[in-house]
Design a protein around this ligand. Structure first.
Ligand code: MEV
Length: 321
């Protein structure tokens, strides 16, 4: 999109249906694009060769941006080099409808939207793989050992089956089920949660480490079983898998009382499955509703349980048709 001399890159948030944390250890995961929460980066060319950024955290020369924006600074430097933009200057105006530190992929989304805006300015058309790889430059700085799941989802328009270094693909399914996504409003650090799970895996107590590895493998299996359930439109099986994943994530210490409270409220309101989504320790949860009317009931219950924002996501709209 080029409007009035502006080059616009857009992307969106994501929700992990199943497989967070285990995906870091090369297990498969299923992640959905959340196009209901959008990110845009507008690029305005400048007459000089300086690069400015205007975002929620900082407004000024990108090279003076705080460390929390070093992911974007390094990414933009790389794009300038790869696209031969050395003597060009521009303003990057970032506008986000994705709450940050809530497991919704905001850091990957700003990276993908930036890549798209700068590529347009340079007259480059990028493949999904190129967008994914550029986004990972920023994500590896933001989260140190990002699996790539977030980058894949925010660059895709369909559900993604993701297994690091093995497969990134979209897949078809049909269902009337609806996912209710709720934001607890509590920020959770993915970096910290990932590092704490790693500590359990490396525990000096062999029982702890063995049990943690078996949890990681079971989460991976649940992804396979959930893909089968989605393809067969077996919503109750999918819901059971989500419930089991939540029990495992809780025992990995990445849940939070506010998530537990929303998950309980969703069950009481009739959800067939409910779990945290993303890194955990706060952030968002998802509840599976068998129909749109159940979804409305669950949404109301989640608001009463303290969720500050909810999104209704028709699950069928995320499968390639
Ligand atoms: C974060 O959205 C998902 C985690 O599995 C971390 C990652 O995949 O990099 C917790």
């Amino acid at each position: 999109m080029v409007k009035n001399g502006e080059y616009c890159g857009v992307s969106h948030g994501k929700v992990i249906l199943i497989g967070e944390h285990s995906v870091v250890y090369d297990q498969p995961a299923i992640v959905l694009p959340l196009e209901e929460a959008r990110m845009s980066v507008r690029l305005n060319p400048r007459l000089d060769n300086s690069i400015f950024i205007d975002c929620e955290y900082f407004c000024g020369l990108l090279r003076y941006a705080p460390d929390m924006l070093s992911n974007i600074r390094v990414l933009v430097d790389r794009l300038i080099y790869d696209f031969s933009l050395k003597n060009k200057g521009f303003d990057l105006i970032v506008r986000s409808g994705i709450p940050h530190e809530r497991g919704m992929g905001s850091s990957a989304a700003v990276a993908v939207a930036t890549v798209r805006a700068v590529a347009k300015f340079a007259g480059r058309a990028l493949s999904f793989k190129e967008e994914f790889e550029y986004s990972q430059i920023a994500e590896n700085i933001a989260h140190s050992t990002a699996s790539g799941l977030d980058s894949a989802a925010v660059a895709s328009h369909s559900a993604v089956w993701f297994q690091r270094s093995v497969e990134i693909s979209t897949f078809a399914f049909h269902t009337d089920a609806v996912l209710v996504v709720a934001d607890t409003g509590i920020t959770g650090s993915t970096r910290e949660a990932v590092s704490d799970v790693r500590s359990l895996l490396k525990s000096y107590d062999p029982n702890v480490s063995r049990e943690t590895w078996s949890h990681i493998h079971r989460l991976g299996q649940l992804s396979y079983e959930s893909a089968d359930a989605l393809r067969a439109n077996s919503i109750h099986d999918l819901g059971e898998n989500m419930n089991e994943a939540q029990r495992i994530l809780s025992s990995l210490s990445v849940s939070h009382p506010a998530l537990d409270c929303c998950i309980h409220a969703a069950h009481v309101a009739g959800a067939v499955g409910a779990k945290l989504t993303g890194g955990g320790r706060g952030g968002c949860m998802i509840a599976l509703a068998q129909s749109a009317s159940y979804a409305q009931r669950i949404r109301k219950a989640l608001a009463q349980a303290g969720a500050i924002h909810t999104w209704l996501v028709p699950l069928g709209s995320k499968g390639i048709q």
